[in-house]
Design a protein around this ligand. Sequence first.
Ligand code: HEC
Ligand code: HEC
Length: 229
Amino acid sequence: MKSLKLLISLIVFALFLSVGIGNSIADEKKGKALVESKKCGSCHKMQGPPDKTIADVLKRKAPDLFYAGSKFKIEWLEGFLQKPTMIRPAGTVYVNNIKMGEKKDEIGDVKPCTSALSKDEAHEVAEYLMTMKEPTMKTGVIVDDKFSKAKAKVLFGQKEGCSGCHRDKADSGGTSCPTLYNAGERLNPDWVFDFLKNPQKYDPKIWMPRRELSDEDFMLLAKLIASMK
Ligand code: HEC
Ligand code: HEC
């Protein structure tokens, strides 16, 4: 009797699971069709390989998305795709948007992503983007535990000068690159670790410097960025 009950509950569980998996595959398919019909690929590279020359990087209209499934948190993607916010204060390629002002250089008119999907569409597109993974990235590397924020901040600020290019607070830090003060909501910490170790693995000609640090220091930086919310 007991084993019959167990068998029935196992079958129910398996059915439940297969319906769930079936749903998410259907969502991914719908998401792929939406990415095509909305022409996301007219601005974003949806497939590798990355640009191989600086000239090509300078022509870039929008960030690459072909490793989006490794880079982003799905919850953030779903929100962003409905109501895109500004991530790069001076645009995707800042040198294309800098104009000479009266006294100093000024940032020209920069527009955010044009994606404006409904809630359901955003869910489907996010499910599809999450299938686009960088195969060499290790997962489960950055664990959410205690770390020395003071040490990490010295690395980020004084020692490695990350804030020269990135904003770590809404009102301070460089404006030429993606803002990081809310990157904890946006980025997968395992991706941040992998990217910091070798930014050129993802984008061979990008001007983010490759640092010679220990894994421990890269982990500290990844944890600091994960805490920026
Ligand atoms: C007209 C060009 C254009 C189109 C079309 C477009 N985007 Fe974007 N998208 C941008 C720009 C420019 C940014 C960079 C915004 C910033 O950094 O502030 C961006 C940023 C993004 C980001 C964040 C990327 C990152 O690395 O920070 C995602 C995700 C994204 N877009 C998804 C989409 C999807 C999905 C579609 C189609 C539904 C789409 N976009 C259509 C121009 C576009
Ligand atoms: C010379 C300028 C420069 C410096 C210094 C720099 N970066 Fe970057 N960083 C970049 C550029 C350029 C990108 C890619 C921009 C893009 O995707 O549009 C980038 C991307 C990133 C990203 C991904 C953000 C996203 O949303 O796509 C992270 C995380 C990051 N940098 C962290 C750091 C850390 C930590 C340091 C210090 C160790 C650092 N950066 C130093 C220029 C810089």
